[in-house]
Write a protein that binds this ligand. Structure first.
Ligand code: SF4
Ligand code: SF4
Length: 320
């Protein structure tokens, strides 16, 4: 089999509990999957949108590839741990069917580890064998995966909902998605190009312009859309008016402001002090609310995230 990245990277990812699927996809157990199974606590997306944490698969079809190298990212980036590979040298892709089957298998393997664990909540354990949701968000830029629309369609055909998180640098891919996700996130982590280059460190030319093209495209989506800002203390919390202009262009259904968390490989790039408190995030969200007119409708203190919405109530996906 063609080797896509150095063995040292594969080993580093495995050490961080990534389950590699096929040649370039991955599943990782989310902290909240564990919490939901063992303590009954759930992630903020369950609180906001009804996504059940113990029935959620956190995955990526592009574990090694991205168009940005954000300072705050938890993924391994070229050069981390002195491991080098080309994050933009794309492979021949595994098919959507292979990836869908592979992530379900990997999730089953993860879940199998909870059998016999005295802390496992049995009812949740039984339910967890029937995943309902896929978060295409783990790592990498998913729009680099050529047949992304087909992957989304394949997952939907299996009765799964999908949340897609993109950095918006490939507007032509988003414009031509053959199937929309259930909900689409675009990361907007800078109010202007200068901050964008410093914080998101694009690896392709014209990335800021492309992100702005994506924002202009967002109103054409039928699914709920989200502008997601990862807030990093000392880096991107100024110039709320700049963010407001970007939000106006995107006219998203929601805005999520979320604190940078000092986890994964981000610790190689940023210190603990770059994590804003929930109060910091709330104050940032409050300023956004005042400038954009979006209302603060929910928050999750533990995850340091605040939800702003233009709708009275967010659409929930737990109606059954
Ligand atoms: S929606 Fe996100 S945070 Fe919640 S369980 Fe799934 S991957 Fe984890
Ligand atoms: S766009 Fe996402 S995956 Fe890529 S470096 Fe930034 S946070 Fe990480």
């Amino acid at each position: 089999m063609e080797k896509l990245v150095p063995d040292a990277l594969v080993q580093a990812l495995k050490k961080q509990k990534y389950h590699l699927v096929g040649r370039h996809s991955a599943v990782k157990r989310c902290k909240w999957f564990y919490e939901a199974l063992t303590s009954g606590r759930s992630c903020y997306k369950q609180k906001f949108y009804g996504i059940k944490s113990h029935q959620c698969i956190q995955m990526s079809p592009v574990a090694f590839y991205c168009t940005q190298q954000c300072l705050f990212c938890w993924r391994a980036q070229n050069g981390d741990l002195q491991i080098k590979w080309d994050e933009m040298k794309l492979p021949e892709w595994d098919s959507p069917e292979e990836i869908a089957a592979g992530i379900l298998k990997a999730q089953g393997k993860i879940l199998g580890g909870y059998k016999g664990n005295p802390r496992t909540i049995q009812e949740r354990f039984r339910e967890a064998w029937m995943p309902k949701h896929v978060a295409i968000s783990l790592t990498g830029e998913p729009t680099l995966y050529e047949p992304l629309g087909e992957l989304i369609r394949t997952l939907h055909a299996k009765g799964l909902t999908t949340f897609l998180v993109s950095n918006g640098t490939l507007p032509e891919k988003l414009a031509n998605l053959s199937e929309e996700p259930t909900q689409m996130y675009i990361s907007v982590c800078a109010p202007d190009e200068k901050v964008y280059r410093r914080v998101c460190r694009p690896q392709i030319g014209g990335a800021w312009t492309k992100l702005n093209e994506t924002l202009a495209l967002m109103p054409s989506f039928r699914c709920p859309t989200v502008v997601r800002t990862t807030v990093v203390k000392g880096y991107n919390m100024e110039d709320v008016d700049g963010y407001c202009k970007l939000v106006e262009r995107a006219n998203p259904t929601y805005i999520e402001a979320k604190a940078y968390m000092h986890v994964g490989f981000s610790g190689l790039r940023l210190g603990f002090d770059c994590m804003p408190s929930h109060k910091d995030v709330y104050n940032f969200a409050l300023q956004l609310s005042e400038t954009t007119g979006y209302r603060i409708v929910d928050e999750a203190v533990e995850s340091r995230v605040v939800l702003l919405s233009k709708k009275e109530k967010p659409t929930r996906f737990d109606s059954d």
